[in-house]
Each structure stands twice: as structure tokens, then as C-alpha cells.
Ligand binder design. Structure first.
Ligand SMILES: *[C@@H]1O[C@H](CO)[C@@H](O)[C@H](O)[C@H]1NC(C)=O
Ligand SMILES: *[C@@H]1O[C@H](CO)[C@@H](O)[C@H](O)[C@H]1NC(C)=O
Ligand SMILES: *[C@@H]1O[C@H](CO)[C@@H](O)[C@H](O)[C@H]1NC(C)=O
Ligand SMILES: *[C@@H]1O[C@H](CO)[C@@H](O)[C@H](O)[C@H]1NC(C)=O
Ligand SMILES: *[C@@H]1O[C@H](CO)[C@@H](O)[C@H](O)[C@H]1NC(C)=O
Ligand SMILES: *[C@@H]1O[C@H](CO)[C@@H](O)[C@H](O)[C@H]1NC(C)=O
Ligand SMILES: *[C@@H]1O[C@H](CO)[C@@H](O)[C@H](O)[C@H]1NC(C)=O
Ligand SMILES: *[C@@H]1O[C@H](CO)[C@@H](O)[C@H](O)[C@H]1NC(C)=O
Ligand SMILES: *[C@@H]1O[C@H](CO)[C@@H](O)[C@H](O)[C@H]1NC(C)=O
Ligand SMILES: *[C@@H]1O[C@H](CO)[C@@H](O)[C@H](O)[C@H]1NC(C)=O
Ligand SMILES: *[C@@H]1O[C@H](CO)[C@@H](O)[C@H](O)[C@H]1NC(C)=O
Ligand SMILES: *[C@@H]1O[C@H](CO)[C@@H](O)[C@H](O)[C@H]1NC(C)=O
Ligand SMILES: [Cu+2]
Length: 578
């Protein structure tokens, strides 16, 4: 070019500087965060019971893992307990990193005693609170901790910046060994023993016998300041009501997606779910003690027994006497344990933020529709030689989806899929609808025996899926927190009674439905979810009440590779357990 100018050194410098400046946020975002999880037994005392429990790095609850959106996370796990273990990064999409998802016998064989495995994945397009937990048998009773995803550096929250952020993990404490509890239940066929207490960050608080001030989680606050509570329901078997006496909460995030902020006095949170809520401390608290109870209690309609206790933690204003009279603190009024109306009102309020920066890409059309009846069922006692079983009428409890009770395989489904060796491991014939339709929320059928199998639904890459999850009243209508691995889904509709395709589909919210990884199928009702199968791998979908998972309330999606190189499942890492 005749008039072509050469860049002056100053110009060149500017150009280079510009490129560096533009590239820097990207580079800063792409950090690798490394953690070591040494799984060891540790001695802890709660409710005057001292016992040895599985822990990560000797801590209960386990360590806080903090990343930023876009980061790579590498967690090197060493199993130093006398039990198989795996870890699940609950809610992480695991895009093309299914080998790091963690459910035992689905995406990996267990890490056996003395073995190690490195979970290695990126956090893409998610921010907020998630958590990690063991995914073998009931080990997650004590092996869990928060996984906090901060927005990329320099990107603000879509709500006022809180003064402080506080992870608050709700859990369940068993005086007995939870492994012995589920083992006994599976042997007898009856319902498992229930927990002895609910906990806040591992502490049961003063409502229990032999539990005092040092066993109470205390959140100290300054008048007028706003706090972000990062709530996780890590309980094994119970959905929970949550409230803070005399304080209103503002919900801003659920399952690592922002929601349109809304206020509530009482929250409902199901096992597996997370919720970020803002709490603003009064500018001049009127109570002389300036201490308020934070309470949790169960929500359930089970016909069996359940842990019907209330646990409290304490919100303590600066200047409050250190030893406030904990036992006599007034408690917030929580709904009765079976108040389904309170749950429905609360869950109806969730909406995706659906802003320009955080749009909700709701699938408007559907390639494949599924209808899954979800609930309990029975197995005959035959496998028990000693007289009767302890389930209903001398049978054994079971649970199923579309009357298929999931049989845990003995080898990893993802490995079988990668090697295309399905024979003897799985069958690709999970039913798209119940084999025999019935009045799901009416009188149960006479025969409530389940079938068994490791049956999956194969999906082509990029299929748009709708699933209606329908509760059944077999052995009692009950809410089931269904958790899907590898995906967030949109909750496009829910209702009571039997789902009616003619009338209910028209009422779907396809504009700003909440996006979650765990949703409770309403008691005697249904919920409709949609997702795009853009993540190749084998993904379990299961009830997050561990007792129901143990009874088989699970199925798996087998999402095939897409045509492009970046749509294929990579080979397994070399250290994958055998
Ligand atoms: C894990 O902890 C055990 C018991 O404290 C210790 O013996 C072992 O060296 C630790 N291993 C690693 C890799 O840190
Ligand atoms: C631990 O995992 C190995 C490998 O899958 C398996 O052979 C063994 O039976 C498991 N142990 C228990 C107690 O489940
Ligand atoms: C379950 O509870 C029963 C009755 O209290 C008790 O006999 C049994 O030992 C308990 N099982 C376990 C595993 O703790
Ligand atoms: C509860 O909050 C209200 C409004 O903030 C206040 O008027 C009242 O005094 C508070 N009660 C106590 C016991 O602090
Ligand atoms: C559970 O406890 C509440 C009081 O906290 C009581 O009203 C209710 O009857 C109890 N329910 C069961 C089934 O024990
Ligand atoms: C809830 O439980 C209470 C007390 O246990 C009982 O009186 C009431 O009928 C129950 N409500 C429903 C809707 O089952
Ligand atoms: C039958 O009962 C005996 C004695 O209680 C026990 O040792 C055995 O394990 C039981 N068998 C089965 C299959 O439960
Ligand atoms: C148990 O058996 C009785 C009498 O045969 C029957 O009425 C009842 O419905 C049965 N219960 C269950 C849960 O199957
Ligand atoms: C299903 O059972 C419910 C509860 O008994 C009843 O109200 C409803 O009419 C039944 N529906 C059908 C289609 O039979
Ligand atoms: C179920 O059992 C009842 C009472 O025993 C009977 O009247 C009814 O016909 C049975 N229904 C079916 C579908 O077998
Ligand atoms: C997925 O399918 C949609 C049409 O349903 C298409 O627009 C899109 O490009 C596809 N995406 C991929 C990654 O194949
Ligand atoms: C559902 O739709 C059908 C026709 O599509 C209609 O006849 C029926 O009344 C509707 N039911 C309800 C409960 O709206
Ligand atoms: Cu369930």
C-alpha cells in the first residue's frame, strides 16, 4: 500500500499494551486452584457421643473450596479410611469432564482404601454456592463441605455487595454409624433408623440434651450490616424449613444461578439444594440480649418415622453478652412438619434473574418428552431366610422410577460406555412412561412390587429433553428432591394431582423459570423440567433422600458424543480407579 505507515515504536508499544490489557482478565480468570483431600477417620463428640467418623483432612464439616467462575479445580484425593469413597461436586456441570463427576459405579469405580484419584475440571457459566460430598453409600453423612464459586474478578454481584459471606451447611447427625444404619435397613427391609439431630455447620445447638454453647453455631453480626448466607442442605434424608427469628431474608441465588430477588420469612430447602440469602442486621436491635434463634425443622409427609427435632443456631449482635441464655431464646415460628401449602407458596416464588447479562436460555421446543412416575414400592421378602422382613406386611421397601428400581452396577457405567461394552452392564431401555398407567395420586394399584435393572435412556447429543416427574401415592405420597448430574434444568411447570398434558403444558413458564440441579417433586403432584443434552457422558438422576437412593430411586441418561471434536467425551484420566 503506497501510503502504508509503519507503526512507530510508541504505537507498537500501545498496541501491545492494549492486547495485554484486553487479554489480562481472561488470563486472570483462568487460574488453577489445587486442593488436597486426605480422607481420614477423626474423633468427634456430639450430644455426648464420642465416635470416629470419616472426614476430609480431619475436619467436620470438610474444608471450604473456593474458586472463581472460569477456574480449573484440581482436588487430589487420598483415601486413608477403611472404606471405598468417591466425591461428587454437586451441581458442577462437568462439561466434557464426566470422569470427575464422582457418583460411584456411574462415572467411576470407588477409590479403594489406600488409593488416590485427582478430580480435575473447570467451572463454566456457574456462580454462587454449590457443595461437595461423598457419593458412596451414606458416607456423605460426614463427608461434605461448601464449594463457593465467586464471579470472575471485577464482575459484581447483581445485588448489593454484602459485608460478609457465611457458608451455612445444614446437616444431620447420627449417634450411630450411618453406614451401620443403612446396612441394617437393607438387611431387614424396613425403614432406616432416623438421625438424632439437625446441625448447622456440624453443630446441633442447645435444643438437644447434652449439647450446649460450645456445640452451637454462632453468627456474630454488626447492626445495620448485610450478610450473605450461603445455605446448603447437606442432610441425608430430610427437607428442611429455615427461619431467623425476627429477620426477613432475601433470596438471590439458587443452585449456582441467580434468581430474581424475593423476600421470605421462612425458607424451604431440600437435600442437594443451595440458596444464597441476604440478611440485614437491624440498625438498633430492640431485644436486650440482641440474640436471635436461627432454626431448622423437617418438612415431610412420610408414613414412616422421621427426625422430628428442631435445631437452632444463634444470630448474635456485637455487644450481646457472650453467654446469652441459649435455651430460652424465642424461636421463629416454623410451619408444621407436614405443611405442604407453605412449601408450595415458597417454591412458586423462584424465577431466573433472566437479565441481559444472565439470560435464561429456556428451550421453547422439545425433541423428546418423558413421563417418570416417582415413588416407593415393594420387594418380596424371599431373599430373607429368617422369617419376615420389616417392610410393610412383611415385605421389603423399595423405590423406583417408572417401576424400575435402579440396580447399582459393579463396574463404572461411563467406562462401559467409553469402551462401548454395554453387555452385562446396562440396557438402553429405560421406559419413557410407566408400563401400566394408573391414578398416580389416587388409590395405589394392588400390585406395588417393583422391577429391577440398570436401565438408561440413550440421548443423541443436543437433544432437547422434557421430563415430567410425577409423584405416586404408593406407600404414601411424599416429596422427592430429584437431582440431575451434569446439567442444570429449567423448572417450567409444577402442580398437584396427576399431570395433564392437555391442560398443564399451556401454563408453562418459558420466560424466566428457575434453573436448578435439584427440584422437589411436590407431594402428590408433578414437576416439569427441560434441558438440552449438550454434555456427553452418563449422568445419574436420583432422589437426594439417601434412603430412597439406596432403595433404587434413580435412573441414568446416556448422552452420546456429538459430531465435532469438542462435543466428545475425552479418554479417562490415567489415575481413574479400576
Ligand atoms: C493423610 O493423613 C494420614 C493420617 O493423618 C497421614 O498418615 C498421611 O500421611 C496423610 N497423607 C497425605 C497424603 O497427606
Ligand atoms: C469397594 O470397591 C471395590 C471396587 O469396585 C469393590 O470390589 C468392593 O466390593 C467395594 N467394597 C465395598 C465394601 O463396597
Ligand atoms: C436402630 O434402632 C433400633 C431400635 O432403637 C436399635 O435396636 C438398633 O440397634 C439401631 N440400629 C443401628 C444400626 O443403630
Ligand atoms: C423485631 O423487629 C422489629 C422490626 O425490626 C422491631 O420493631 C422489634 O422490636 C424486634 N423485636 C425484637 C425482640 O428485637
Ligand atoms: C412433630 O413435632 C411437632 C412439634 O414440634 C408436633 O406438633 C408433631 O405432632 C410431631 N409430629 C410427629 C409425627 O411426631
Ligand atoms: C399434619 O399433621 C397434623 C399433626 O400431626 C395433623 O393434625 C394434620 O392433619 C396433618 N395435616 C395434613 C395435611 O396431613
Ligand atoms: C438369620 O438370623 C441369624 C441369627 O439372628 C443371623 O446371624 C443371620 O445373619 C440371619 N440371616 C439373614 C439372611 O438375615
Ligand atoms: C397389607 O395387607 C393388608 C391385608 O392383606 C392390606 O389390606 C394392606 O393394604 C396391605 N398393605 C400394604 C402396604 O400392602
Ligand atoms: C384419582 O384419585 C383422586 C384421589 O382419590 C381422585 O380425586 C381423582 O378423581 C382420580 N382421578 C382419576 C382420573 O380417576
Ligand atoms: C384390587 O383389589 C380390590 C380388592 O381386593 C379389587 O376389588 C380390585 O378389583 C383389584 N383391582 C385390580 C386392578 O386388580
Ligand atoms: C443444537 O441444536 C440446535 C437446534 O435445535 C442448533 O441450533 C444448534 O446449533 C445445535 N448445537 C450444537 C452444538 O450442535
Ligand atoms: C383439561 O382439558 C380437557 C380438554 O383438553 C377438558 O375437557 C378438561 O375439562 C380440562 N380439565 C381441567 C381440569 O381443566
Ligand atoms: Cu425420594
Amino acid at each position: 500500500m503506497a501510503g502504508g505507515r509503519r507503526l512507530s515504536p510508541a504505537c507498537l508499544f500501545l498496541a501491545v499494551a492494549l492486547v495485554v490489557l484486553v487479554a489480562l482478565p481472561e488470563l486472570a480468570a483462568a487460574r488453577t486452584r489445587r486442593y488436597t483431600f486426605n480422607v481420614t477417620m477423626a474423633t468427634v463428640t456430639r450430644l455426648c457421643v464420642t465416635k470416629s467418623i470419616p472426614t476430609v483432612n480431619g475436619r467436620f464439616p470438610g474444608p471450604k473450596v473456593v474458586v472463581r467462575e472460569g477456574d480449573r479445580l484440581v482436588v487430589q484425593v487420598h483415601n486413608n479410611i477403611n472404606n471405598n469413597v468417591t466425591f461428587h461436586w454437586h451441581g458442577v456441570r462437568q462439561l466434557r469432564s464426566g470422569w470427575s463427576d464422582g457418583p460411584s459405579y456411574i462415572t467411576q469405580c470407588p477409590i479403594q482404601p489406600g488409593q488416590s484419584y485427582a478430580y480435575d475440571f473447570r467451572i463454566v457459566g456457574q456462580r454462587g454456592t454449590l457443595w461437595w460430598h461423598a457419593h458412596f453409600s451414606w458416607l456423605r453423612a460426614t463427608l461434605y463441605g461448601p464449594l463457593l464459586i465467586l464471579p470472575p474478578r471485577g464482575v459484581p454481584y447483581p445485588f448489593p455487595k454484602p459485608h460478609t459471606e457465611v457458608p451455612l451447611m445444614l446437616g444431620e447427625w447420627f449417634n450411630a454409624d450411618p453406614e451401620a444404619v443403612i446396612k441394617q435397613a437393607l438387611q431387614t427391609g424396613g425403614g432406616p433408623n432416623v438421625s438424632d439431630a439437625y446441625t448447622f455447620n456440624g453443630l446441633p445447638g442447645p435444643t438437644y440434651n447434652c449439647s450446649g454453647a460450645s456445640d452451637t453455631f454462632k453468627l456474630r453480626v454488626q447492626p445495620g450490616k448485610t450478610y450473605l448466607l450461603r445455605l446448603v442442605n447437606a442432610a441425608l434424608n430430610d427437607e428442611l424449613f429455615f427461619a431467623v427469628d425476627n429477620h426477613t431474608l432475601t433470596v438471590v441465588q439458587a443452585d449456582a444461578s441467580y434468581v430474581k430477588p424475593f423476600t421470605a420469612d421462612t425458607l424451604v430447602i431440600s437435600p442437594g439444594q443451595t440458596m444464597d440469602v441476604l440478611l440485614t442486621a437491624a440498625s438498633s436491635p430492640s431485644s436486650p440480649a440482641a440474640a436471635f434463634a436461627i432454626a431448622v425443622a423437617p418438612y415431610t409427609n412420610t408414613v414412616g418415622t422421621f427426625d422430628n427435632t428442631t435445631a437452632i443456631a444463634v444470630l448474635e449482635y456485637d455487644g450481646a453478652p457472650q453467654q446469652s441464655a441459649l435455651r430460652s431464646l424465642p424461636r421463629p415460628a416454623l410451619p408444621l412438619y407436614n405443611d405442604t401449602g407453605a412449601v408450595t407458596n415458597f417454591s412458586a416464588r423462584f424465577r431466573s434473574l433472566a437479565s441481559a447479562q444472565y439470560p435464561a436460555h429456556v428451550p421453547r421446543t422439545v425433541d423428546r418428552r418423558f413421563f417418570f412416575a416417582v415413588g416407593l414400592g415393594l420387594d418380596p421378602c424371599q431373599s430373607r431366610v429368617n422369617g419376615t422382613c420389616q417392610g410393610p406386611n412383611g415385605t421389603r421397601f423399595a423405590a423406583s422410577m417408572n417401576n424400575v428400581s435402579f440396580t447399582m452396577p459393579r463396574t463404572s457405567l461411563l467406562q462401559a460406555h467409553y469402551q462401548r461394552r454395554y453387555s452385562g452392564v446396562l440396557t438402553a431401555n429405560f421406559p419413557a412412561a410407566p408400563p401400566v398407567p394408573f391414578n398416580y395420586t389416587g388409590t395405589p394399584p394392588n400390585n406395588t412390587f417393583v422391577t429391577h435393572g440398570t436401565r438408561v435412556v440413550p440421548l443423541n447429543f443436543n437433544t432437547t429433553v422434557e421430563v415430567v416427574l410425577q409423584d405416586t401415592s404408593i406407600l404414601g405420597a411424599e416429596s422427592h428432591p430429584l437431582h440431575l448430574h451434569g446439567y442444570d434444568f429449567f423448572v417450567v411447570g409444577q402442580g398437584f394431582g396427576n399431570y395433564d398434558a392437555n391442560n398443564d403444558t399451556a401454563k408453562y413458564n418459558l420466560v424466566d423459570p428457575v434453573q436448578r440441579n435439584t427440584i422437589s417433586v411436590p407431594t402428590a403432584g408433578w414437576v416439569a423440567i427441560r434441558f438440552v443434552a449438550d454434555n456427553p457422558g452418563v449422568w445419574i438422576m436420583h432422589c437426594h433422600l439417601d434412603v430412597h437412593l439406596s432403595w433404587g430411586l434413580a435412573m441414568a441418561w446416556l448422552v452420546n458424543d456429538g459430531p465435532l471434536p469438542n462435543q466428545k467425551l475425552p479418554p479417562p484420566p490415567s489415575d481413574i480407579p479400576r
